[in-house]
Design a protein around this ligand. Structure first.
Ligand code: SF4
Length: 380
């Protein structure tokens, strides 16, 4: 068996009570039946009857979050009562594994870390460049009927990562534009039954020439217009969900910002914000490389990969909009607040059909919002 992971995977450690945005709240927490039974069996040691904090919906057991949207097992120091009173082996599989998850593709297991965990984001901010670890052992492969697609799609993914990490002096938007075009070509190639990567490579070789990227950069930079960006962000920010706590305050501030500021004020703010985020240049590459590793492998429905990246682009636009408003209101972009915003946006996107539906409606209603259009709206 082969194991492919991002290099943070092996050494990742939860920071527990020092976490900037605990995963024990702010979203739906499901637990498995076996864990529910353990909570019933140990309710005296835990000091809370299981029925008081876990409810059942059909076959699903759900944690009843408190009025602040937190798991009631979280104590005032942000530590888990189950771990403290019973031990970590009593946690449900979701809590035990998070933010790690595994995907199995026959003889390859890919290990991922979710970006909704702020510690993952903090580590990505410190890293000059994301690397990958590949190891193997003697374990047998799982049955898998899409090996040819996996090999093709993972080669495409590797080449997109190379492109993003390619040291050309061009904007992030240009690299994302090129990456999206490569992905689009890969999907067309797949739909035509052509999954020979060597042939495909000839088709996309132009993107690995610095002069091509520079010419594209020149062309795209002329096409970016702050007034259209303002209209786009004004339109999509209203899809942001109501949430409890600090994130809700940030969402309200975004609404107020667009009510008070016109496109000219926005253009001025963007210039200053870009100076403030210059230090995150390598983080943005890491962010997208990470997303490509997590999201570019949709098998067997490979064509859906394009839709997934439009959401990722929209998520990034919204993240940067909230960060911009925080920067305008506070005069600085606080790093911890920024991490908190990124992890919350990631949480809003994960497993949240209602938000995705709302976002889709808004993207569909906005005539310029083709995939390329959304990428042009990114602030970086
Ligand atoms: S979000 Fe990450 S760092 Fe925070 S409590 Fe959960 S696993 Fe730990």
């Amino acid at each position: 068996m082969n194991y492919l992971t991002v290099d943070l995977y092996k050494d990742f450690e939860c920071v527990a009570d020092a976490c900037l945005n605990t995963c024990c709240g702010g979203w739906r927490i499901e637990i498995d039946e076996k864990t529910y039974q353990k909570m019933v069996d140990n309710q005296e040691r835990l000091g809370v009857p299981a029925k008081e904090w876990i409810s059942q919906e059909d076959d699903t057991y759900l944690v009843n979050l408190d009025e602040n949207g937190r798991c009631p097992m979280l104590n005032e120091n942000n530590l888990c009562r189950i771990v403290l009173k019973l031990g970590p082996e009593y946690l449900c599989t979701t809590c035990m594994g998070y933010p790690r998850s595994l995907r199995i593709f026959g003889n390859v297991i890919e290990g991922q870390l979710s970006m909704s965990c702020p510690e993952v984001i903090a580590r990505l901010m410190k890293k000059p460049q994301v690397q990958f670890d590949l190891t193997n052992d003697e374990r047998p492969a799982y049955p898998f009927s899409h090996t040819a697609l996996y090999l093709f799609a993972s080669s495409v993914r590797t080449c997109i990562v190379d492109l993003l990490q390619y040291p050309a002096d061009v904007s992030l938007v240009t690299k994302l534009f090129a990456f999206f075009d490569i992905l689009n070509k890969a999907v067309i190639s797949f739909k035509n039954g052509q999954t020979d990567f060597e042939l495909f490579q000839e088709e996309i070789g132009q993107y690995f020439l610095e002069e091509t990227l520079l010419a594209l950069d020149n062309c795209l930079m002329q096409g970016i217009n702050e007034s259209s960006r303002y209209q786009f962000l004004l339109h999509v920010q209203s899809s942001l969900e109501e949430r409890s706590g600090r994130f809700q305050e940030l969402v309200c501030q975004v609404r107020e910002y667009f009510a008070k500021n016109n496109a000219d004020a926005f253009a001025e703010h963007i210039d200053k914000f870009k100076e403030a985020i210059a230090e995150y240049e390598s983080f943005y590459i890491n962010y997208w490389v990470y997303h490509i590793f997590l999201d570019a492998m949709i098998i067997p429905d490979y064509e859906n990969v394009l839709e997934r990246f439009i959401y990722t682009a929209a998520e990034f636009c919204l993240t940067q909009t909230i960060a911009l408003v925080s920067f305008v209101n506070n005069g600085v972009l606080d790093k911890e607040e920024y991490i908190y915003i990124i992890s919350n946006m990631s949480r809003m996107m994960e497993h949240n059909h209602l938000f995705r539906e709302e976002l889709t409606k808004r993207l569909d209603n906005f005539h310029a919002a083709s995939a390329a259009g959304v990428l042009m709206m990114i602030i970086a």
